[in-house]
Design a protein around this ligand. Structure first.
Ligand SMILES: C[S@@+](CC[C@H](N)C(=O)[O-])C[C@H]1O[C@@H](n2cnc3c(N)ncnc32)[C@H](O)[C@@H]1O
Length: 223
């Protein structure tokens, strides 16, 4: 199974995946180097994930995308007094591309935004929203919420990324940010497993399900 892991970060979502052939795309070289040290057999592209998706999506069986959530986040809205950037709508561009053009199973992950999402998400688990074309069951994973007060060392231990030193995003002196951006590995595994086995909610399946419901209703009225 060929999996595309976009905006791969350190690889939180990817940490427990086994038996899949992964291509990862990350544009921060320092983060990409840590990713490579944990997943040496993955094909790693240091570049723009958004651009890679539109040009290569047809090559994959399953696509995971975790676009940056800063410009949508409640935290950003609460702490920035003067806003000088638009919400990054690439999130929705990717959802629409995948929904209407990609034939395999897919999922886009983000943190709940400060506004009502422009496209309704399929599932919410902990602080994560998921847009997907298959059903993702709820799961309770201790530690997927409430990690905001943890130190970088605690986060490294809990996620299993014990790299040396700290990584900072440009203009951000919080060493924990790159770790807090990780999807918990157990959640990443759960979402992939559901996607491997899950039946895509295609228009055909959707219509079939509606027809079955309607038949049932007619049957109930008659008897
Ligand atoms: C939310 S994090 C991804 C976390 C990842 N899914 C995990 O579970 O570890 C988003 C990542 O996308 C990277 N990024 C931001 N813009 C990018 C772009 N245009 N192309 C590729 N990577 C990008 C950031 O450096 C960051 O590591």
């Amino acid at each position: 199974m060929k999996v595309l892991n976009l905006y791969s970060g350190l690889g939180g979502n990817r940490k427990l995946w086994k038996g899949v052939n992964v291509t990862a795309v990350e544009n921060n070289e320092q983060i990409a180097n840590v990713y490579k040290s944990y997943f040496p057999n993955d094909k790693l592209i240091i570049g723009d994930a958004h651009d890679y998706l539109v040009r290569n999506f047809r090559e994959y069986d399953f696509i995971w995308s975790s676009p940056p959530c800063q410009s949508h986040s409640k935290m950003m809205r609460a702490t920035r007094h003067t806003i000088n950037t638009y919400p990054d709508l690439k999130l929705y561009e990717e959802i629409l591309l995948l929904k209407y053009f990609f034939k395999g199973n897919w999922v886009v992950e983000n943190i709940a935004p400060y506004y009502k999402p422009l496209v309704e998400p399929t599932t919410k688990i902990g602080r994560h929203l998921f847009w997907s074309n298959y059903h993702i069951k709820q799961i309770d994973i201790p530690g997927i919420t409430g990690i905001f007060s943890a130190t970088p060392e605690e986060l490294k231990n809990s996620l299993g990324f014990n790299y040396k030193g700290n990584i900072y995003y440009k203009g951000n002196n919080d060493a924990g940010q790159v770790l807090r951006n990780c999807v918990h590995p157990k959640l990443g595994l759960h979402v992939l497993e559901q996607g491997k086995n899950g039946k895509a909610i295609t228009m055909q399946n959707h219509i079939k399900a509606k027809a079955i419901k309607l038949k049932q209703k007619q049957h109930d009225i008659r008897y």
